[in-house]
Design a protein. Structure first.
Lengths: 288, 396, 339
């Protein structure tokens, strides 16, 4: 077996982990801080992708720049949805949250279908979309590299916010103990609002990347919802650093299998979920 | 006096009893297949407008009743039965997805309306132990298929591959009922022509939850250094597939894809340059029919008829209108005869029902397909030569 | 015991209504009864999915593996009929057996997983099973194209004595009775769970498994039992559906939407009850069809909006609505007597 093939698989896997981490970390925030099981997380990604597409079509805006617009727009959308719906089910059983957010997902998907139609769209020309360079026989794509760096920056930034800033500390305090946080004078509801909006914005940024490398469609989000859930759970609920590791492991495993086995790409999802399954089972059998 | 009386009576009868002819349509208007269904709907709407402007059917405005199948079998079953029993239609149009079509087979046989169908391309011919649509319905005299079968697609694609003169082909295909059997057929045909298939590798389409990261698959194809990459996938695979082949620095002579449609904006992408693709209809097809259709479509809907399903739906509804008018009645056997005997209009030119492997009711075969090549942001037709708008360019 | 008897009488009445429903529809609507019967069959399908999921949920196990057992049942029938020359009806019990065995396996393995961890593990199981089925040799499971499945009912057309729609009616009636039979069986299982010693055990496990263990409830046994019972029903459902829709293939047969609607419906109708999931199925199926017929494009936006509003304004589902209404209705009579 050619060693460069394996190195290539590792490189591709690591770079792909960026998007996984970005989308999952938003969901981890929603689950970890607010305790909300959000089935519409992938739809935020879908909306982000279509907004990027529309900004490009209407104003010729480069996707890299639309990052700066899509993030606040999705933050706003997240805030509105939180105020209108989520805040009323904070204490409800998680099944109720699932149904509510599933309803939101259906609404967003079908609104997108009405607005943008069902055919896959694409951003016309992205100067750097097909750009790649070879170093010592290993191929690096400009977009995967950039999306990895942006994801790393965002996830790192989020981590910094959570650890160092007052609002981050407040979030962690609320995540640990809602009543206690309220007692020491933290505005729990406002903190939740910010966390949820932030979560939507992160998913929306993932959508910007999807708009570049794939085609926005109304149903593009759902697969990401499922995978992000799996990664968050693999990481341990609310564990941000765990999300990074989990994303890295599944992405690299996918890439290795896709490279080394015949028809390996068709086994990506099987490998992804097999890892999740085995780790969850193994963890549950470990004596506490 | 007698003739006058007869005239008055017949006028009266027409006036009082004439029912507008209704066509029931089954299309997926929501969910993952909505793109196809909405394109069909757009084609039907245009045809309907023209048919009624031209005097309708049997002197009355034609009506269509569109039912959403969600591309789900149980939904499609109930929708078909609604059309048959509640609406009482005698003609069925539309069609999508082989799974849904298989679910409708028993019900079609029960009611035996005239069915013309622009979906369900899995013929079953050549797949051992699996009965496809042509095997199940091909011999029914009320069933008409207006879409090439899977072997037609492969036949056309192979003919193009051979015409390019390449020596080797890397075959990449998605792994559902569309790409799996298609690739097997393509490999056999290409090798029979003495062209080497260096690799046949499956991937999961983004339509079915695939990651859209095709780099591993592409690496394997690049390692064989084949003259051509021939890929079978869906519309949403176009962008990642092409851009990642470029990113890898892999420059085969030709990149050739056969998804059902191409994102319309992709023409502007620099990596699209020189890419070739199989397609059923192109707005810039240089014929009067195509131009008239494109213009009328643009007037009605405000955009280009990019999905060939719109053109097929348009052809399908016009075929019904012309056949029923030719028959002069909605009586089934007369309409079937008129469909069999008629020559119909379409954006692709005049067409008629002919024979394929098992059916004599086949509208459009391998000859539907065109191959285009993106050249300076325009999809130039490069194959077959008699319809070409520009010569094929090698890209190495 | 009294309540169990009441439930059984109610079920018997329900079964009798289901039995006569096709004929009632036919008398009332003539040939339109054909499509009404199909719509009702789809609603009954939803009810079976929902109630079987709810039975499992009563032990606190939020499964996302319903599509796996549905697919396993469908494929068992399809493969068996294809490979062995067995009578048409053998596929159904075989599908039930395979689904139960798979549930035993998955149930035991996931015993110690809770809440969302359990949910994701069962989702992962579904995806892996789908991939395995697709990778099986083509001559066994048909690969990507799938397998044809023969219909269970093919009423004969007697020209001159009947109209074409009447064959469709007879076929739909037979299928409807079969699905209705499975629903009655599922309701029976649900009533048994609700009115036997299983109920306190299930509830104890759901609310606090550790406390339940202290109380002497052998949670492992009950959890696996619930899993097997639930999967039996959905496995049988998958097998019947395979016959009705005429084919199976990996992507559609193991489609996640089976799982999604299995959990959405009981939440909407009312969790941990027998009536809730059934009501939920009836209302949701009726709602979707009504919206489709009224609005055309975009009708699913209304469907999503109803789900959202339902959770906001009746957090305990349709059953919760009843719980709110019932005391108010009962209080009326005395107030009338007051001067």
């Amino acid at each position: 077996m050619d060693i460069s093939l394996i190195v290539q698989a590792l490189v591709s896997g690591v770079l792909a982990a960026g998007l996984y981490a970005l989308v999952s970390v938003g969901l981890a925030l929603a689950i970890g801080v607010i305790g909300i099981v959000n089935f519409a997380h992938g739809e935020f990604l879908m909306v982000g992708a279509f907004l990027t597409f529309q900004l490009s079509v209407s104003f010729g805006l480069d996707p890299a720049l639309s990052l700066l617009l899509v993030a606040p727009l999705l933050f706003l959308l997240g805030a509105v949805i939180y105020r209108a719906t989520i805040q009323y089910v904070l204490k409800a059983p998680e099944l109720n949250q699932m149904l509510l957010t599933f309803g939101l997902a259906i609404i967003l998907q079908n609104l997108a279908l009405l607005i943008w139609g069902g055919d896959p769209r694409s951003i016309g020309d992205v100067p750097y979309r097909a750009l790649g360079f070879q170093v010592a026989g290993i191929s690096f794509g400009a977009v995967p590299l950039a999306s990895f760096l942006v994801s790393a920056l965002l996830v790192g930034g989020l981590y910094y916010v959570l650890i160092k800033t007052p609002i981050g500390k407040a979030m962690r305090a609320v995540a640990q103990n809602r009543t206690g946080a309220a007692l020491v004078g933290l505005e729990v509801n406002r903190i939740y609002l910010i966390a949820f909006a932030l979560s939507a914005a992160l998913a929306g940024l993932g959508g910007v990347m999807i708009a570049v490398i794939q085609s926005p469609t109304p149903v593009v989000g759902f697969a990401f919802t499922l995978k992000a859930f799996a990664i968050v759970v693999l990481a341990g609920l609310g564990n941000i650093r765990g999300v990074l590791w989990a994303s890295l492991i599944v992405a690299v495993a996918e890439s290795l299998v896709a490279t080394l086995l015949p028809n390996g790409d068709t086994l990506r999802n099987a490998v992804f979920f097999a890892i999740i399954f085995v780790v969850l089972i193994a963890n549950s059998r470990r004596p506490a | 006096m007698k003739t006058l009386l007869a005239l008055v009576t017949s006028l009266l009868v027409t006036f009082v009893f004439a029912q507008p002819v209704q066509i029931g349509v089954l299309s997926p208007l929501t969910g993952g297949a909505a793109g196809t269904g909405l394109a069909q709907q757009a084609g039907f709407e245009l045809a309907l407008q023209e048919i009624n402007a031209a005097g309708g059917v049997l002197g009355e405005p034609l009506e269509i009743i569109i039912e959403d199948t969600q591309a789900a079998a149980p939904v499609a079953l109930a929708a078909f039965e609604k059309l048959m029993t509640e609406d009482g239609v005698e003609f069925i149009a539309g069609g999508y997805s082989s799974g849904v079509t298989l679910a409708l087979v028993e019900s079609f046989r029960t009611f035996q309306p005239v069915v013309t169908w622009i979906g369900g391309a899995v013929s079953g011919v050549g797949i051992d132990g699996f009965d496809g649509i042509e095997e199940l319905l091909g011999e029914e005299d009320w069933f008409f298929h207006i879409h090439p079968w899977d072997y037609h697609n492969v036949e056309a694609a192979t003919a193009f591959v051979v015409s390019t003169g390449v020596d080797s082909v890397a075959l990449l295909h998605e792994d559902s009922a569309f790409g799996g059997p298609g690739a097997a057929g393509a490999e056999a045909l290409i090798e029979a022509e003495g062209i080497e298939v260096t690799i046949r590798e499956a991937f999961t389409s983004t339509l079915f939850g695939g990651t859209g990261d095709f780099r591993a698959t592409i690496s394997k194809a690049a390692a064989t250094d084949a003259d051509m990459v021939y890929w079978i996938g869906y519309d949403s695979d176009v962008v990642p597939m092409i851009s990642q082949i470029r990113e890898r620095g892999y420059t085969p002579q030709y990149i050739f894809g056969t998804p059902p449609g191409w994102p319309s904006e992709f023409a502007d992408a620099r990596e699209a340059e020189c890419v070739t693709g199989l397609i059923g209809f192109l707005p810039n097809l240089p014929t009067t029919e195509a131009q008239a259709f494109t213009e009328a479509y643009r007037d009605l809907h405000g955009n280009e008829p990019d999905n060939y399903m719109a053109a097929l739906a348009y052809a399908q509804l016009w075929a019904y209108a012309d056949a029923i008018n030719a028959a002069g009645t909605t009586e089934q056997s007369a309409v079937i005869e008129a469909l069999e005997a008629g020559t119909f209009r379409s954006p692709m030119g005049e067409w008629a029902f002919t024979s394929s492997e098992l059916t004599d009711h086949q509208g459009f075969g391998a000859d539907l397909w065109l191959v285009f090549q993106y050249q300076d942001g325009v999809r130039e037709i490069v194959w077959p030569l008699e319809r070409a708008t520009a010569p094929l360019q090698s890209c190495r | 015991m009294k309540r169990a008897r009441f439930d059984l009488i109610a079920l018997a009445v329900f079964a009798v209504i289901l039995f006569f429903l096709p004929d009632l529809l036919r008398n009332a609507y003539g040939r339109a009864s054909v499509s009404y019967l199909s719509l009702l069959t789809n609603a009954v399908t939803l009810a079976i999915l929902a109630l079987s999921w709810d039975i499992l949920a009563r032990t606190g196990q939020l499964s996302l593996a319903h599509a796996a057992f549905y697919g396993a049942g469908a494929y068992t029938t399809a493969v068996l009929l294809r490979l062995a020359d067995v009578p048409l009806w053998v596929g159904l019990p075989a599908a039930g057996v395979v689904a139960v065995l798979l549930a035993l396996l998955l149930g035991v393995v996931t015993l110690r997983l809770q809440g969302i961890y359990f949910a994701i593990a069962t989702l992962a199981f579904t995806e892996v099973l789908r991939a395995v089925v697709q990778q099986l040799p083509t001559r066994v499971a048909g690969g990507a194209a799938g397998i044809n499945v023969a219909p269970l009912f093919r009423p004969e057309f007697v020209p001159g004595e009947m109209e074409r729609w009447e064959i469709a009616f007879l076929r739909n009636e037979s299928y409807f009775w079969l699905y209705a039979g499975l629903l009655v069986l599922t309701v029976l299982a649900s009533i048994y769970v609700q009115r036997s010693r299983l109920k306190p055990a299930f509830t104890a496990i759901r609310t606090n498994e550790e406390v339940a263990a202290v109380m002497g409830v052998r949670s492992a046994r009950y959890k696996v039992l619930a899993f097997m019972l639930s999967s039996l029903m959905v496995g049988l459902l998958g097998a019947i559906d395979a016959h009705r829709v005429g084919s199976v293939n990996p992507y559609e047969t193991f489609g996640i939407q089976t799982t999604v609607f299995a959990l959405v419906t009981p939440i909407f109708g009312g969790l941990y009850t027998t009536l809730g999931p059934i009501l939920g199925a009836g209302v949701l199926a009726g709602l979707e069809e009504t919206l489709r017929r009224t609005f055309g494009s975009g009708y699913l936006i209304g469907y999503g909006a109803v789900l959202v509003l339902a959770i906001l304004f009746m957090p305990r589902g349709l059953m919760g609505l009843w719980g709110w209404l019932e005391p108010r209705l009962k209080r009326r009579p005395p107030s009338k007597e007051a001067p």
